[in-house]
Ligand binder design. Structure first.
Ligand SMILES: NC(=O)c1ccc[n+]([C@@H]2O[C@H](COP(=O)([O-])OP(=O)(O)OC[C@H]3O[C@@H](n4cnc5c(N)ncnc54)[C@H](OP(=O)(O)O)[C@@H]3O)[C@@H](O)[C@H]2O)c1
Length: 308
């Protein structure tokens, strides 16, 4: 199966790199800057599961040589539209597109662009980032890639994709509940992002501050109510676990959006927070706490844009 990994950043570099290391037929769609970096130093992964330097097969958008069997889409939300333009020549009538982006906006964008059949539900859990040398640094041990047909069906194509993704050096999981799991992940990220970015602290720091724990619980309730109304309701076990994790005393847990914010990097505020507010508003649901977080994030984004 020919795989095209779009983006060789933290997630694409990691999962695509492990797939290449396991001998799968992997090509990375990259832009010229990243291509030059990878040609010079290779694709380097630094990980508790073992470091590796690979010589990846690369292609730029102008050189895509026809359809691939599957596309693993690993760009940030703010790069999505341009990436869909770039990867279009790689999409044929039977190409599966498995995105690992957070939120659900990209789901609509992929369906609108390539048709509902092209989409495979997907999500990943991995604490990874690129360092200043462009190496993929995995900061914790977990490395999950979950996927499945959006309607939960056990199709032949998803079985074929599963066969290629399993036993490739990370935890691959085919699930019949991928759509609900994507909504659950969005629930977690919107709540975690709202808590950390609005309060400028880790989960533990917020929990320890006066009123912090109640604020976090109220924000979680708000997000769960909205997601239940506009998407797929999270399970009770998921909600209980989320409340426990996001209010834990002493926890150094933060959101990747908060880490980006601390670095002065662009944040996925519209994908993770803004889009949920839009959907909630359309359904007549008020989200006062998450709205505050979005206002704060929007000010940050404006300052970033003004600074060029
Ligand atoms: N990092 C994590 O720990 C993590 C965990 C779970 C989920 N996610 C989600 O996964 C998604 C990807 O995040 P990430 O952390 O992997 O981002 P990232 O490290 O910024 O990597 C994204 C890569 O996409 C590349 N890219 C952007 N537009 C492109 C295009 N048109 N063609 C080819 N390459 C393109 C960028 O390359 P250049 O800009 O160098 O060209 C960059 O290397 C996000 O939605 C994120 O929320 C991330």
């Amino acid at each position: 199966m020919r795989l095209l990994v779009v983006g060789a950043g933290s997630t694409g570099g990691y999962f695509g790199g492990r797939l290449a290391q396991a001998g799968r037929d992997v090509t990375f769609l990259v832009r010229p800057g990243r291509a030059a970096q990878l040609q010079k130093g290779g694709l380097q992964i630094v990980s508790p599961h073992g470091d590796v330097i690979l010589t990846p097969r690369l292609v730029t958008a102008d050189r895509i040589d026809g359809p691939y069997d599957a596309v693993i889409l690993t760009v940030k939300a703010y790069s999505l539209e341009a990436a869909l333009d770039d990867l279009a020549p790689a999409v044929g009538p039977d190409t599966m597109i498995l995105p690992v982006l957070n939120g659900m906006r990209h789901v609509d964008a992929i369906r609108a662009r390539f048709g509902a059949r092209a989409l495979i539900g997907g999500l990943c859990r991995i604490p990874a980032q690129l360092d200043e040398q462009g190496r993929v640094i995995q900061m914790g041990k977990f490395q999950d890639l979950a996927y499945g047909e959006m309607d939960g069906s056990a199709s032949a194509r998803i079985a074929a994709l599963d066969a290629v993704l399993t036993n490739a050096g990370f935890d691959a999981k085919l699930t019949p509940h991928i759509e609900r799991e994507m909504w659950e992940k969005w629930t977690l990220l919107a709540a975690l992002g709202g808590i950390c970015c609005l309060m400028h602290g880790t989960v533990g720091e917020v929990a320890a501050a006066p009123g912090g724990r109640d604020f976090a619980l109220d924000l979680i309730d708000e997000v769960v109510a909205a997601v239940t109304a506009v998407g797929k309701a999270p399970t009770e076990a998921f909600v209980a676990n989320t409340k426990d994790t996001l209010t834990r005393a002493g926890s150094s847990h933060t959101s990747s959006m908060y880490r980006d914010l601390q670095k002065g990097a662009p944040v996925e505020a519209d994908q993770i927070v803004g889009d949920l507010l839009v959907r909630a508003k359309q359904a007549g649901i008020a989200m006062p706490l998450l709205s505050l977080a979005y206002t704060s994030l929007s000010i940050y984004q404006g300052q970033l844009a003004a600074a060029g």
